[in-house]
Design a binder for this molecule. Sequence first.
Ligand code: PGA
Length: 354
Amino acid sequence: MTTGDGPEGRPQGPGAERLIRHATLRQLQLLEAIVRLGSFTRAAEELYLTQPTVSMQIKKLADTLGTPLFNHVGRNVEPTEAGREVHAACRTILRTLSDLEVRLSDLAGLRRGHLRLGVISTAKYFVPEILGAFCERYPGIEVSLKVTNRNRILERMAAAEDDLYIFGDTYDIGIEVESIYLAPNPLVMVARRDYPLVGQRGISLVRIAAERFLMREPGSGIRDSVLRRFADAGIRPKVYMELGSNEAIKYAVYAGLGISALSLHSLTLDHGVGRLAMLDVEGFPVERSWYLVFPRGRDLSLVARTFISFAVEQGPAIRVLLDATLADLKAASGLVPEGCVSVPPSPPCSGHPA
Ligand code: PGA
């Protein structure tokens, strides 16, 4: 028996009773989010609470513990030394609860459970459809979907905030991962249909670098891919404007503000293709792929493993949709029948669901 244990080996450290009576798991979750995000406001947004609720709960927790937990530094907050200690304990407690959730939902089979997916912005064009079909097949499973740009998804993966991630390719992920091929993710160079370069064949990247280029925001995977494609040719595009989403880029291209590289997926759902044309540029389409990704060595829940198999089964349907979109673009671009690039074949995967 260790010091501080009760007669039956029950932990009874000083203060534990007080914490059990007065602190709540919600308060611990809030503290964890505030430390991670550096702000009460961002934590409130992430957890769908108001900022005053967050402040009140943290004040209650500080009162229970008898010590301040945060210092205000300008517009941000930093944990006090006590706050850092509580944060370390919170992470352990929340991780244990999340593992317990995984084990219990495995026990319940697929009748209930939770799937947390983090996907990069452009995946929003096809992931909801897969999720819709998945939720129909497994109605007891609750799904949360976080859609944000590549850099933010990398941060979420480092903090183990979700079960699975979807990336537009797997370069520079920074940690050891398993990646499972899902579908093609080609990047096409687009312009408005009346743009002077439309219909020309084999346009050089040097020529494109002289055009007004519309670029996604820093942190975007598409931005990184485009810059790498230009850098490989030893040139830089002339960035005329930076825009924070694929939709903003599309509308700016419609408006004749410039040209850009877009994921073919961003053109599948709407009628935008009719107003856009594909430019036949050397090195484009950039042939990339979507992957389901999770940190190597991580135990996946039954729900997550089932989702992987389910999503992979949808790959061929996604490809059919992309092929049809590419055919429309070709037709709009006067590049039919020759000189067009088709969606590349599936590459082998680097890992399999556990
Ligand atoms: P993004 O990534 O949405 O962060 O630009 C998309 C991609 O890499 O295909």
